[in-house]
Design a protein around this ligand. Structure first.
Ligand code: ES4
Ligand code: ZN
Length: 319
């Protein structure tokens, strides 16, 4: 029996396995620049975040109808359930779809059709978090939030993802202020490839409750003390960090130091179809690489539920 856990950092578009990508490509008449699933998998050798994002956005071309998004989420939930996931907070990237003519309603309603049955079919409670692409403009993010208004009963919060360096959190001050006014929870990717300063800015300028990745906070001891003191959760993704060359090997991952520093760290899968593993695979990988004992794994799982937006009441850090 796998350890029960919550998954808090999971891009649904990053769960698109090559087999489903080819099936949807055929169904929708979309041409892929790869002949076979094997050839596509060969392309999963990344040098950094951007080299991954290029393929991630390209492969989304196969997602066109509500049923495509339902199939995508069903496939993820089935795999997650098999690895002990009992609660999943699922990111999606509306702008990556609206930019190619797929309306946000198609995405949300397609995903919701799957999530509506997730408790009964897979024993998984779910939340949806819409992410803004930080390499797009603040105006585009605001327009996206506006377009999401008819669907806010299905959306728990907002996040910030895509290419980090050169796109500091403060660029999105206004859109996060509006999200807060709308009662949405707030998270942001920070300190993955970008500096520790982006983590501080996400907290102070955007008012986020949780930091996605946050690895590079370790370069700033004062920030580490603050994150520990304020019990700000960090959603780590160890296999992602290796595949995107943020660290050389899993043995170099600072997870142990982060636990020792009293940080509320959690282990998650990010884009499991691309990075070689789902939530349980990430737990197994850090257990093996860092020689974590069963109690440390239980602490990580406990953290995942503590950091989850399971209490659907007011944000913990309302501004
Ligand atoms: C992402 Cl690993 C990662 N970092 C930033 N943005 C992303 N979108 C999907 N995966
Ligand atoms: Zn991510």
């Amino acid at each position: 029996m796998p350890l029960p856990k919550a998954e808090l950092h999971l891009h649904i578009e990053g769960t698109l396995e090559p087999e489903l990508a080819f099936a949807l490509a055929e169904r929708n008449g979309v041409a892929l620049p790869y002949a076979t699933t094997g050839e596509l998998r060969e392309a999963y050798r990344f040098s950094d975040l951007q080299s991954f994002l290029d393929l991630y956005y390209a492969l989304m071309a196969v997602l066109r109808t509500p049923e495509d998004f339902t199939a995508l989420a069903d496939a993820y939930l089935e795999r997650a359930a098999a690895q002990g996931v009992r609660h999943a907070e699922i990111f999606f990237d509306p702008q990556a779809h609206t930019a190619r003519g797929v309306p946000i309603g198609t995405v949300v309603e397609g995903l919701a059709a799957s999530l509506d049955r997730a408790e009964e079919r897979y024993g998984i409670s779910t939340r949806l978090i819409m992410c803004f692409l930080r390499d797009e403009s603040a105006e585009s993010a605001l327009a996206t939030l506006e377009a999401a208004k008819p669907y806010l009963d299905r959306i728990t919060g907002v996040g910030l993802d895509s290419a980090e360096v050169g796109h500091p959190p403060a660029k999105f001050r206004e859109v996060y202020e509006e999200a807060a006014r709308l009662g949405l929870r707030r998270v942001a990717h920070a300190g993955e490839e970008g500096p520790a300063e982006y983590v501080r800015e996400a907290l102070d300028v955007l008012g986020v409750e949780r930091i996605d990745h946050g690895l590079r906070c370790m370069e700033d001891p004062e920030l580490v003390r603050r994150l520990a003191r304020e019990r700000i959760p960090l959603t780590l993704c160890p296999l992602s960090n290796v595949r995107l060359r943020v660290i050389d090997t899993l043995a170099d991952h600072p997870l142990r130091e982060m636990l020792d520093a009293g940080l509320l760290v959690t282990v998650n899968s990010d884009d499991p179809a691309y990075f070689g593993g789902y939530a349980g695979d990430n737990y197994d990988a850090v257990r093996d690489a860092l020689a974590l004992d069963p109690e440390q794994l239980r602490v990580l799982a406990r953290h995942s539920f503590e950091a989850a937006f399971l209490d659907d009441d007011e944000p913990r850090r309302a501004r």
